[in-house]
Design a protein around this ligand. Structure first.
Ligand code: ATP
Ligand code: MG
Length: 398
């Protein structure tokens, strides 16, 4: 991609009302734009990052048997009344009426929709288990939409739902998804902890949150030296002084919901013994747009964002000070790299400033001073090296 054609240009200043780092940097660098509080356009580079995050999630969810699909976002009131959530979730739901006064909700989650699907399709234990998911928009009337893209009123979620013939089968699968989530957040490169949280009204079991350690987090988690799992504030037991605590950002949450939904929505199956039983149900969410914002919160410096190789919008930033990098750009593309080529006629200072702001992990500088060598610099390091193009390519392949 030629940078002269990249939409949009970077901005010198962050928006005046921006309070959080992800808001300031992602807007300045041209990854997202704010329509109103809690509502964001993912611009081309922001969209690329989210697609990469989604692909990592998709691979690990497919590996535990998840099947991807797509569900609607406009839901009839009647379905939300079946579980009582039309009233109970009143604060968070966006509700609307059509011209015939019929009432609808914009999706803030999909348990009821999946349960409706299950009761129409599952009749026997032979039809179970089922594991289905989608990536789609969620709408939530968030009162504090102040943390940039961390808390949107409209945001992206990957939500997976699983249905089982027994509690044992549900809990076995729940553990599988828990490890899939650990793989996802490890591949994404986060320093995270799994925290036990209460099941609320749905289940007497614990749910689990995936929490990335960060001082700007709204949550606090607690653990003791050597513990594999932490706990969140609400389920803390005992003396808080015995615990290590840290601020954190919730990036994922898994729920063993049991039969709460299937009983209310009459989703039954015929078991081996001929008896009618309610389906055992779990749901599992990750917010890819929040994940992008979280990455920026934990990986930046005073010059800009520092992407990882895994989710960077491009593999290489080719900073061309000579204006004759076409051949090298071509060779890098041919080798299979996704390259942002700064072909603009602007000062070297502006090029380096934008390169640091955008934060692609590897920068290759072409300048007269370097002769036929390229200057290889990693965004996360201060020093650079002069390499031949072939040496640079070898290093990039690693
Ligand atoms: P929070 O406690 O932060 O409000 P939640 O517990 O209500 O989140 P879940 O219903 O568990 O969120 O949603 C699953 C995932 O969706 C969260 O772990 C998070 O990654 C993401 N998410 C939730 N709310 C938002 C939001 N308002 N904006 C962006 N992502 C969100
Ligand atoms: Mg949650």
């Amino acid at each position: 991609m030629k940078q002269s054609q990249l939409f949009p240009k970077t901005k010198k200043e962050a928006p005046k009302d921006a309070e959080s780092i992800n808001h300031k940097l992602l807007v300045r660098a041209g990854f997202m734009d704010q329509l109103m509080a809690g509502s964001w356009t993912l611009l081309p580079m922001g969209f690329k990052v989210v697609q990469k995050i989604n692909q990592i999630i998709r691979e690990e969810i497919n590996a535990v048997g998840g099947q991807e699909m797509l569900m609607p976002l406009l839901h009839p009131k009647t379905i939300w009344n079946e579980t009582g959530r039309w009233d109970k979730a009143n604060e968070i739901m966006y509700k609307l009426k059509d011209s015939r006064e019929k009432e609808y909700a914009l999706s803030f989650t999909h348990e009821e929709i999946v349960m409706d699907l299950l009761r129409k399709t599952i009749s026997s234990y032979k039809d179970l288990p089922v594991s289905i998911y989608h990536f789609s928009t969620k709408f939530r009337n968030e009162l504090r939409a102040k943390s940039g893209i961390l808390r949107g009123r409209e945001f992206m979620m990957k939500d997976l739902y699983s249905a089982h013939a027994s509690e044992e089968d549900l809990m076995e699968y729940y553990e599988k998804v828990k490890s899939a989530y650990s793989k996802i957040f490890t591949r994404l490169g986060f320093n995270f902890k799994i925290a036990k949280a209460s099941g609320g009204v749905f289940t007497d079991k614990f749910t689990h949150e995936f929490q990335v350690l960060s001082d700007v987090g709204e949550d606090t988690i607690y653990w003791k030296e050597g513990d594999t799992e932490a706990t969140n504030e609400e389920v803390m037991e005992g003396n808080k002084e015995e615990y290590i605590s840290a601020k954190s950002i919730e990036v994922g949450n898994i729920f063993p919901l049991g039969t709460f939904y299937s009983e209310r929505m009459r989703a039954y199956f015929t078991d081996r013994d001929g008896g009618k039983k309610p389906i055992w149900f779990g749901s599992y969410g990750i917010g890819p747009t929040r994940v992008m914002g979280t990455w920026v919160e934990v990986s930046h410096d005073d010059k800009g964002i520092i992407w990882s190789k895994q989710i960077s919008p491009f593999d290489i930033h080719l900073v061309d000070l000579n204006g004759n990098g076409k051949e090298i750009y071509g060779k890098l593309i041919e080798t299979g790299f996704d390259v942002l080529w700064d072909d603009r006629e602007v000062s070297a200072g502006e090029k380096f400033g934008d390169s640091d702001l955008i934060g692609i992990p590897v920068r290759l500088v072409l300048s007269e001073r370097n002769g036929d060598k390229v200057e290889y610099k990693e965004r996360s390091k201060d020093e650079s090296e002069l390499l031949s193009l072939d040496e640079a390519i070898e290093r990039l392949k690693k």
